[in-house]
Design a protein around this ligand. Structure first.
Ligand code: ADP
Length: 771
């Protein structure tokens, strides 16, 4: 190859090789390089571009620059801000540095320029060229980094030297390798070098490709498995084979087939099971469907227990469980007799009304036992949401059937005795009226297809015997009340309680506590003592509790070995139960002025209360204290007005209302009181205070007063009489019209009390005031 010697300014390059025929932009900033360029511009615009070995060095020495570079011509020069120049250069030919002439202000070198030009064609070069081209094409295919047009323009180059340079420039080679290519001046050698590089690059690319394929395969594997599983499922389905969820659905279908459900229910259940089979087992919806199916299967759609309507046996059982309550038991037996004759359970619903602890719940349980039916009880106290009766729709999260259906599931037969406890304590609010739903439950005309929102299928409640309980009737909605037959249990007298305690509660509690009858004995007086001093109630709940408490204490002493037998008398009672809680005989001990005893009705039975009146000099104000309700306040006003109008007749100072303030107080102020029935009592206390005549302490009274002094009837007479009896009252003043209410009071109680029936206030005062 021809070489010409010449002197040229040198431009050291960092990290880049420029090949002949290459046109490239270079940014030049180093002062020496700029000086070299300026020199070139003054001369023939040519300079030598040589790569420095370490690109980090700013002022390379002669040994730090490669020997071979490219002679290039400056095509364009552009100053850019910051003192750098951008030059466009075109490589012309290879050049080798022979010597460095000077290094300041720029490198000037003597070099040999090798003329690029047509080499002579021979077979070897031709073979090498073909090899290089085919290798390059393969390289492009694998690396995918060089655009197709470039490839076409490169492989059509005919000059072998130029071809090698172009390909070399496009390869992703290290700096040393590019330099080696640049230094390969002779042609066959240059092509050979390139050939080696290409082969090596191809090999690397091939390995890269394999690695990437392997990685991709691993990643795809999990996806593939999922995909295959899905396909498998589809195939199984085609072949009629079952998957996991199908298994569950099938199990449900088998249970449905065995369950003897009514047609409608069965169809619905089958539809749901079908749906379940199509759902992925973990789906939230599947849980809902599963629970729903469990409910459908668990309900006693067709299960009934055999009734035993043997009245003699029923009577015997009722008597076994409860003392007294003669009327109630008779009523229940009549009811059962009608059912036996009519052979169906339609008819009014029994409602047992009475204070707590009189045996309403246990009576209902006893009825179930008497006719051999299952017993369930739900309490309606505090129920204020229709959904509690009728359930929530299944679309609600955590929806469940209402209490009725829950009770039926618990009963596991569709004809249980179903006790709806505390029906009077149900209330309503914005969430709907539970009593409307209850109406549907209790109505014999429509309860054969009771619809629960959750179950969505009609359930037959017509075989169920509903019994309800209440403490009072006036909070029960009218419509409900109409459906029910009321049986009232007013409470027990002391004698009855004594009997119940001895014959029923004590044996029951002894048994529950694992005591033998001889291990704990109570005398009659002890039980009476408990009744009088530790309880004040219409029922026997606290009596039972106190007896249970004695049993516990006895059990402990026996187990600890302190004693073998325990006998409790009225003397040592307080050792076991603590100091007495109530004073027996709350009636006033002596006749007093301004204090009268009234009778009150509460949900817990009757009670006595004393009303106090006090006078102070003032301006005729009337003060009422003791948590009195509106009706009671008005009643007090009416009494006051009446006494004023009768002042003269009663011997009261005429214009007392101008000079005296009156204060009426009803003790136990923490308990709210209301109602008109204390009217005559307040008037009596007033008359006594104003006239100075004392009220007889053994007299109690109840009745409403009018402005004219008429006495009107009041309710709860039975409970009030029993309470008066408990409290040791001798004479009772009651409205004339309440006379017939006395029938239901046990004769021995009636015999002990002196009843005075009155029409007007004059009569009341005549009997109540002393003298
Ligand atoms: P209620 O439902 O009216 O509030 P319960 O039925 O809970 O009252 O009765 C309380 C307890 O008193 C029960 O253990 C019950 O057996 C007992 N009891 C109530 N009345 C009688 C009775 N007449 N004879 C025997 N035990 C009774």
């Amino acid at each position: 190859m021809k070489a010409t010697k010449r002197a040229l300014p040198l431009l050291p390059l960092r990290g880049i090789q420029v090949f002949p025929y290459m046109v490239i932009h270079l940014d030049v900033g180093r002062p020496k390089s700029i000086a070299a360029m300026e020199e070139a511009m003054v001369q023939d615009k040519q300079l030598l571009l040589v790569t420095q070995k370490d690109p980090r060095i700013d002022e390379p020495e002669s040994g730090e620059i490669y020997q071979v570079g490219t002679v290039a011509e400056i095509k364009q020069l552009l100053k850019i801000p910051g003192g750098t120049m951008r030059v466009l250069v075109e490589g012309l030919a290879r050049g080798r540095i022979i010597s460095i002439e000077k290094t300041d202000p720029f490198y000037l070198v003597d070099c040999e320029e090798y003329e690029e030009g047509k080499a002579e064609e021979n077979a070897e070069i031709e073979a090498l060229m073909r090899g290089v081209i085919s290798q390059f094409e393969q390289y492009v295919k694998l690396s995918k980094k060089i655009p197709a047009e470039t490839v076409v323009s490169i492989v059509t180059v005919e000059d072998p030297g130029r071809l090698a340079d172009l390909i070399g420039a496009h390869l992703n080679l290290k700096q040393e390798d590019k330099q080696r290519l640049l230094e390969a001046v002779a042609l066959p050698q240059r092509l050979e070098t390139l050939y080696v590089f290409l082969s090596r690059e191809l090999e690397i690319l091939e390995v890269e490709r394999k690695i990437s394929i392997r990685v991709r395969k691993q990643m795809e594997k999990t996806q593939k498995e999922y995909y295959l599983r899905e396909q498998l499922k589809a195939i199984q389905k085609e072949l009629g084979e079952r998957g996991e969820e199908e298994d569950e659905a099938r199990a449900f279908r088998e249970r449905i087939a065995k369950a003897k459900l009514p047609d409608e229910v069965r169809q619905k259940a089958e539809r749901e099971a079908e749906r379940l089979g199509k759902m992925p087992p973990m789906a939230a919806e599947a849980v809902v469907v599963r629970t729903y199916l469990e409910w459908l299967l668990a309900l006693p759609w067709n299960k009934v227990t055999e009734d035993r309507l043997d009245l003699d046996r029923a009577e015997q059982i009722l008597n076994e469980d409860h003392y007294g309550l003669k009327k109630v038991k008779e009523r229940i037996l009549e009811y059962l007799a009608v059912r036996k004759l009519a052979n169906k359970m339609k008819g009014p619903i029994l409602c047992l009304v009475g204070p707590p602890g009189v045996g309403k719940t246990s009576l209902a349980k006893s009825v179930a036992r008497a006719i051999d039916r299952r017993f369930v009880r739900i309490s309606l106290g505090g129920v204020r949401d229709e959904a509690e009766i009728r359930g929530h729709r299944r679309t609600y999260v955590g929806a469940l059937p209402g209490r009725i259906i829950q009770g039926m599931r618990q009963a596991n037969s569709k004809n249980p005795v179903f006790l709806l406890d505390e029906i009077d304590k149900m209330s309503m609010d914005f969430r709907g009226d539970p009593s409307a739903a209850l109406l549907e439950v209790l109505d014999p005309e429509q309860n054969n297809s009771f619809s629960d929102h959750y179950i969505e299928l009609p359930f037959d409640l017509s075989h169920t015997m509903f019994i309800t309980t209440a403490n009072t009737t006036h909070t029960i909605p009218r419509a409900l009340l109409d459906r029910m037959e009321l049986i009232s249990l007013p409470g027990y007298t002391e004698e009855e309680k004594l009997h119940i305690g001895r014959k029923f509660l004590l044996p029951k509690q002894l048994k529950e506590h694992g005591l033998k009858p001889e291990q704990l004995t109570l005398s009659d007086n002890t039980i009476k003592g408990i009744i009088r001093e530790y309880t004040r109630e219409a029922g026997v709940r606290n009596l039972e509790r106190s007896i249970a408490s004695l049993c516990r204490k006895a059990a402990r002493e026996i187990v600890q070995g302190k004693k073998e037998k325990i006998h409790i008398t009225s003397r040592n009672l307080n050792v076991y139960l603590g100091p007495p809680r109530f004073r027996f005989g709350v009636a006033q001990k002596k006749d007093e002025v301004g204090v009268a005893t009234g009778l009150a009705w509460t949900e817990a039975g009757g009670d006595v209360l004393s009303i106090e009146v006090s006078l102070m000099s003032g301006k005729g104000n009337l003060t009422l204290t003791g948590q009195l309700g509106g009706v009671m306040r008005e009643s007090a006003q009416a009494g006051y007005t009446y006494i004023r109008s009768q002042a003269e007749k009663l011997g009261i100072v005429e214009n007392f209302h101008e000079k005296q303030d009156v204060h009426i107080h009803v003790p136990e102020g923490a308990i709210p009181k209301d109602g008109p029935s204390a009217g005559i009592t307040m008037a009596t206390a007033l008359a006594s205070a104003l006239s100075g005549r004392p009220v007889r302490s053994d007299v109690a009274m109840s009745g409403e007063i009018t402005l004219r002094g008429r006495v009107l009837p009041v309710g709860g007479i039975k409970e009030k009489v029993l309470a008066a009896h408990r409290a040791g009252i001798k004479t009772l003043i009651l409205p004339e019209e309440s006379r017939q209410d006395l029938d239901e009071i046990p004769r021995h109680v009636r015999r002990k009390l002196n009843f005075v029936f009155v029409d007007n206030m004059d009569q009341v005062l005549k009997h109540a005031l002393v003298g």
